[in-house]
Write a protein that binds this ligand. Structure first.
Ligand SMILES: Cc1ncc(COP(=O)(O)O)c(C=O)c1O
Length: 431
């Protein structure tokens, strides 16, 4: 039995139980690693404890949603109070207004906003809205970019990129989605030629596939191209929203999309959440007071904008709008990136760190990757690194690629701990 199994016997038992009732024993394949994942019993600040009593320094932070640290008191307090008053009312309430108002204050391109229950849903409605507004069918996304499980966007996410990203996707839907090369404006120009696209959607920082930022010039060029060809530009800011800056990636880059989608942080980091917003003339297609139902782009849902999620989101955004959290978390990201690059060059290992602001990822590649193709590296080394971290009480995602999203609850000492564990790992790697 290896060290991991010795330390996690209770998790092993829970996983064998889970396999009886859940396909693969999990609720989302990303949460699984061999031979079984850890089962978490509680979390506070930057720390997580598993059912075996191991304490971990968490760098995954709820898929990047937990920007202030686990169990952030103001959000917990607000949620508790709202639970007593009514978590699901089925009627209008003031928290949906407060949430929409603060989003429009924080995010430069968002004039009107609607809440959804997840990032996937937000992207689904945004794509529909873009089609409704432009009257065009075809859309485009980028290689390696993850926008959730919605059919039209579930294409060319993970290598091999030419294989279907899931079974059950129809040719009809797939043929309407064009796939573009990231950070390559000439390549994009060639691919979109004659396609008559409704929209181009992208992650301004390719997130779960390795925290690879768009070049500023690339984003600017994409904006110009979209204007030239009457294509709507959609930023999927499910990860970058309220994280790279108060106004997300669009504030950081100074490039404004037509529609923006959100998730994660928007629900206070703890409740299922999403949302989308944009210019008045686009969002106006959702306005039932101005249009008959067959003249609208539908959006809605039983729990969309429910008071529990909306209040939790509003409470968190009220903290973030003050702005003082960003210099802190960005400095942590900067320290980690500098420290890791330094360790990699001293150990003369083929490894690089990418990222921006508080977000970063480690790639065991010869060159620093600029897209998903360049991010395909030494998978065995990545896997070994992941398990070494795990056995040294550091959590990140995932065995194939180490992705980190520290929070305001992390300290400089936490980053130093990460660096020292990476140093120890590389000492063991034969050169
Ligand atoms: C950039 C991005 N878009 C969309 C999604 C989907 O969001 P959700 O998991 O809330 O459906 C994710 C989830 O990780 C994401 O990272």
């Amino acid at each position: 039995m290896d060290l991991y199994e010795l330390r996690t016997q209770k998790s092993r038992i829970l996983h064998s139980e889970a396999r009886k009732f859940l396909p693969g024993g999990v609720t989302y394949a990303i949460k699984y690693w061999e031979p079984y994942p850890i089962y978490v019993s509680r979390a506070k600040g930057s720390r997580i404890w598993d059912v075996d009593g191991n304490e971990y320094l968490d760098f995954w932070m709820g898929h990047g949603a937990i920007i202030m640290g686990h169990a952030y008191e103001p959000v917990i307090r607000a949620a508790k109070e709202q639970l007593e008053l009514g978590a699901h009312l089925g009627f209008c309430h003031e928290w949906e207004i407060k949430l929409a108002e603060i989003v429009t204050k924080m995010v430069p391109s968002v004039r009107l906003f609607r809440a959804t229950n997840s990032g996937t849903e937000a992207n689904m409605y945004a794509i529909r809205l873009a089609r409704a507004y432009t009257g065009k069918n075809k859309i485009a996304k980028f290689e390696g970019h993850w926008h959730g499980g919605y059919d039209a966007l579930h294409k060319a996410v993970n290598p091999p990129l030419d294989k279907p990203a899931s079974l059950g996707l129809t040719d009809c839907v797939m043929n309407d989605t064009i796939v573009l090369p990231f950070n390559d404006l000439d390549g994009v120009r060639q691919k979109v030629k004659g396609k008559d696209l409704a929209c181009i959607i992208l992650e301004p920082v390719m997130g779960s596939n390795g925290m690879i930022p768009a070049d500023r010039e690339f984003l600017k060029g994409l904006r110009e191209l979209c204007d030239e060809l009457d294509i709507l530009l959609i930023f999927d800011e499910v990860i970058t929203g309220f994280r790279l800056a108060r106004g997300g990636a669009q504030e950081y880059y100074g490039v404004l999309p037509d529609i923006t989608t959100f998730g994660k942080i928007l629900g206070g980091g703890i409740f299922p959440a999403g949302g989308f917003g944009g210019r008045e003339d686009i969002m106006e297609l959702l306005d039932q007071t101005k249009r008959k139902h067959y003249e609208m782009s539908f959006h809605g849902g039983t729990y969309a904008g429910n008071p529990l999620t909306a209040r939790a989101g509003y409470t968190l955004l009220s903290e973030l709008i003050k702005g003082d959290v960003y210099p802190k978390i960005n400095a942590l990201g900067e320290k980690a990136r500098k420290g890791l690059e330094d360790i990699f060059s001293r150990h003369k290992v083929n490894a690089h760190v990418t990222g921006v602001g508080s977000l970063f990822a480690v790639h065991f590649t010869k060159e620093k990757p600029r897209d998903i193709r360049g991010a395909i590296g030494d998978t065995q080394l990545a896997k070994d690194c992941f398990y070494f971290m795990l056995n040294n009480n550091i959590l990140c995602m995932k065995p194939s690629k180490q992705v980190f999203a520290p929070s305001a609850a992390h300290s400089e000492e936490d980053i130093e701990l990460l660096l020292s564990v990476m140093e120890e790992f590389l000492k063991r790697v034969p050169t």
